[in-house]
Design a protein around this ligand. Sequence first.
Ligand SMILES: [Zn+2]
Ligand SMILES: [Zn+2]
Length: 299
Amino acid sequence: MKIKFWGVRGSVPVPGESTKIYGGNTSCVSCETGGEFFIFDAGTGIRGCGDYLMKKGLPASAVIMISHTHWDHIQGFPFFIPSYIPGNKFKMYGPPSDVQNLSIRQVMELQTKYEYFPVHINQLGAEIEYIDCVDEHFSIGGVNISTCRLNHPVTCFAYKVSHGGKNFIYAGDHEPFRNLYRDSAEGAEMDEDFLAELDENTEEQNARIVEFCRGVDLAIWDAQYTAEEYQSKKGWGHSWYEVDLELAKKAGIKHLIMDHHDPLSADDILAEREKKYQALAAEAGFSLDFSREGLEINL
Ligand SMILES: [Zn+2]
Ligand SMILES: [Zn+2]
């Protein structure tokens, strides 16, 4: 499997001098297995990935796996040029919305309503099949895929891809503690018992995530903050470095890629942190890298 990073930034694109080493585009990773071309998330990085697909030759086809539908994971899709070309074929898998009971197709349609974009997704030239991702295990072209729900303000998946005796996980956004905003927005009574129950649910989910990650060759994981930065960003749905290190240790992840970098983390900051966490990972006996645009990993 050839894995390539096209967009590694969380939240919002940050092009410019201070991000040219790690990259400023939002989430997008591809995986070529020989027979299939997978694309994980459709942040602004998918634009470059689309150009690559075009150069590989037409007609193009790919399976696009959406972790969740926050902007930074779908906003590049209207600029994915291969989707405009008749003869190309795509399948898009993603979680249906539990906010308004919408299918993945309906949620994707929202961002190309005429108020927001001139071309509706129904007017794209390529054949695109939208599939609500509701099963925990399925297979695409001989490649086995498993899903695991993460803790985030909307339904969000980690996808595990197994092929040729190797496996890797592409995780969407994950916060290892209960969601602050959704639960209070729904008017739930926030007494101590209720909060304790939410904490317990999240702990159970974290335990399921450890099992999901058990022994994987590679895991690409949300590592947006330091512990200090997280304190003023609780409830935004993201993790921090030390939590991810613990996950890797507990689950025996062989190679951890810290991804979804905060827009405020310039290249010099990321380089310093990468060195620090690489040393800690080496002590614990696993490999660690920070994702950067253009990084390729062969599994
Ligand atoms: Zn995100
Ligand atoms: Zn998100």
